[in-house]
Design a protein around this ligand. Structure first.
Ligand code: SF4
Ligand code: SF4
Ligand code: FES
Length: 368
């Protein structure tokens, strides 16, 4: 059996010593997990290694760590694959660290209560129905439950929290896991406070508009919850269904973005900021009471834009349309002609589509 060396970040805040790296070599098959390697090292070499785990089957969510820099479940990462990834980046051993964005309690154990669970509590993670409960169970349409299945799949491992770049910059950001949890209730027809929940998360400067669409949470989630997608769905509900015009100009920013793409095909950066404060319109941004006042604190953004070349007096006046702009308009018209917003939950629909495709191939013998 091959030897694998894991390099573990050791840290005990109570010891007063700085963090340090320690290598352990274990003799395990490549299919065994990184968690197996850590536990083997703890049994055979150093009983003081701190690691949290329970199910060892990617179900309980307790063994989240960073492996070669990527937030992952230690029990769900094979040693062979982890080493291959390390070698790709020029390392000859597997590097294991505690998750990011959360304080370390000891070695690989982070304080989930201080960050992750606190943020989950922030979104009121229980149903708030109104009126008397039914005599028997609540009956809900199956489609609405399918809609929230993806967010319900979360095992609260904290990998997305660990990887979130916005949270690194703004530790107050509600964050991917808690916002995915919020969608679980906003999408549930039994809950009677959808609008209040959305208003609350839209008005919060660390709420739904604090995500920068970096995709890191989507990439690391072991359960395909795709937290960023759930955040986008919260935004769509807030703007599309409830027209929530929030203090953070999230509503206006979305409208401005869409209007500019419809008009030019590409983003007219110089107009994005003023339009965002004018609910998507350049004229409104100049005449709407309060818009100009809101724009003044954004002067720093304009200066940064000028420095980076994204904004210039010429660019502010002239922005070329895409040569094939008509095609973009055609897509807009097609979408606007729909009576209702069609939102596919790819978590479920993707599988059905695959099954259907396989069925078609099996029946017809060729791809349709
Ligand atoms: S997409 Fe948004 S929520 Fe997800 S990691 Fe990036 S900033 Fe955080
Ligand atoms: S959304 Fe995914 S990565 Fe985030 S806590 Fe839930 S299961 Fe873990
Ligand atoms: S030990 Fe339960 S998810 Fe890894």
């Amino acid at each position: 059996m091959p030897d694998y060396t894991i390099r573990v970040r050791r840290y005990d805040p109570e010891s007063g010593q700085a963090a340090y790296w320690q290598d352990f070599t274990v003799d395990l098959a490549p299919e065994r997990s990184v968690l197996d390697a850590i536990l083997r090292a703890r049994w055979d070499q150093d009983g003081s290694i701190g690691i949290r785990c329970s199910c060892q089957a990617a179900i309980c969510g307790s063994c989240g760590v960073r492996i070669n820099g990527k937030s992952s479940l230690a029990c769900n990462t094979k040693l062979g694959e982890a080493l291959e990834r390390a070698e790709k980046y020029g390392f000859d051993r597997i590097v294991v660290e505690p998750m990011g964005n959360m304080p370390v309690i000891k070695d690989l154990i982070v304080d989930m209560d201080a960050v992750h669970w606190k943020k989950v509590q922030r979104v009121v993670p229980w149903l708030l129905p109104e009126g008397d409960p039914p005599e028997r169970e609540y009956i809900v349409p199956p489609e609405s439950m399918i809609d929230i299945t993806q967010s319900m799949a979360c095992i609260h491992c904290g990998a997305c929290v660990s990887a979130c770049l916005s949270m690194e910059v703004d530790p107050e950001f509600v964050g991917p896991a808690a916002l995915a949890k919020a969608y679980r209730f906003v999408g549930d027809p039994r809950d009677a406070h959808h609008e209040d929940r959305l208003l609350d998360l839209a008005e919060d400067p660390h709420g739904i508009y604090d995500c920068t669409h970096c995709f890191a949470c989507v990439e690391v989630c072991p359960k395909d919850v795709a937290p960023m997608n759930q955040i986008m769905r919260l935004r769509r509900r807030a703007t599309g269904d409830y027209e929530i015009k929030d203090a953070n100009a999230g509503y206006g920013h979305e409208k401005a973005f869409v209007n500019l793409i419809e008009k030019y095909g590409t983003l007219h950066e110089s107009q994005l900021l003023p339009r965002s404060y004018g609910e998507g319109s350049l004229i409104k941004s100049q005449i709407k009471p309060g818009s100009v006042a809101k724009l003044i604190p954004q002067t720093g953004t304009v200066v940064n834009g000028l420095k980076s070349g994204k904004v210039s007096p010429i660019k502010a006046l002239i922005h070329h349309k895409l040569p094939d702009q008509k095609q973009v308009r055609r897509i807009f018209k097609e979408i606007e002609s729909k009576d209702e917003r069609i939102e596919l939950n790819l978590y479920i629909v993707g599988e059905e589509a695959e099954d259907e495709e396989q069925g078609t191939m099996a029946e017809g013998g060729q791809e349709s």
